[in-house]
Design a binder for this molecule. Sequence first.
Ligand code: SAH
Length: 417
Amino acid sequence: MPKKPGFSPEHAEPSVKLSARGVARLQGRHPWVYRSDVAEANDVPPGSLVRVLDQRGKFLGTALYSSSSQIAIRVISHGSVADLPALVAERIRAGIGYRKELVSNTDAYRVIFSEGDFLPGLIVDRYNDVLCLQILTQAMDAAPVREVILQTLREELQPAGIVERVDARIRELEQLPPLASRLLWGEKSSTVFAMNSTMNSGVRFLYDGLEGQKTGAFLDQRENYAAAAQYAHGEVLDVFCYQGGFALHFAVQSAVHSALHTAAKCSSVTGVDSSRPALELAEKNAALNGRELEWIEANAFDLLREYAASGRRYDTIVLDPPAFAKTKRDLEKALGGYKELNLRAMKMLRPGGILVTCSCSYHVGVADFFEVVADAARDAHKSFRVIENRGAAKDHPMLLNVPETSYLKCLILSVSN
Ligand code: SAH
């Protein structure tokens, strides 16, 4: 059959037509279009690169298509894309370049953060010489894309090993065949990394990419650890401590980088978490840094209730709970959880005390979080100064028009009276 005039490989790509609402989202520079806003998508193979059109057929951009996710379209370019693997390689190099400029004093950071690096569905973390990648969409799972991801990471970062950490639930949602977490390339899957390494006082952590449960670190808190360590002093309680991120920074750095007149060395640091494996690693991390800390396995709600009732007092308290609001429907209950934790912690703070309070629930916005913490202060009959109002570290880029990329809140407060 003769080719139609004007045929080019570009036009061989499948296309989708958006509803007016879908078009508005795309024009609003949001990369996601929900299935309900796709007006027409005939015979589009799962995970393919698609041309995005409005209802009259006007070209709007190029996207990655998912046949199963509610987010059917993830825009990857507002122009046309001739070669997806080449674009992925270019974006990975750009992501690495961005970190070279903005990230310092650490050999652990997020190298690629999905939409934040214009690579929807790809996450890459660096832990010293081991890279850990996560693939979350059909398009990123395609063999030629996987190949170029590995090749570019190897060329640019020369790791000793690359592991893939698989979230079984996400593969199921994307209707991808099950996979095990495994070493993808090289020999090494575990290592030691160091962060906030200024004045020879970096904090060291163990990393094992193939441990059964979620290992890795909460790299998004990296800059907050160092910030909080400037004010931490006296007796410290790190609640929801996981592998000891805040606790270890306080034990190692509080005296070195003191920012307040009153701040002196931390006299004792206690970490609390309900996960025994996390605490076992926290203890190993402490030993790696030549420190001995106290670790308590407990439900934080019960422990704070008990401590508050028995009149325990602290000079510094950290609250870094898991995301209480996984969906919008959980919001009310989540706010109740934040209120309770913050109220109890505030009551336990000595005069001049520091509260580091965090929320990683996207559904709890900055304004909601301020309100709930302020509410707790009112009930605790105490006034607080907001010393710092912080978010995720810069290697977790936040896109101005994509609210979903901004999720972490970290307030550093001091009790005034
Ligand atoms: N502050 C940590 C990250 C905390 S992640 C860091 O910087 O690395 C949240 C932690 O809360 C997890 O380690 C989880 O095990 C713990 N957790 C969840 N529910 C809990 C509960 N009810 N009581 C105590 N810990 C809990």
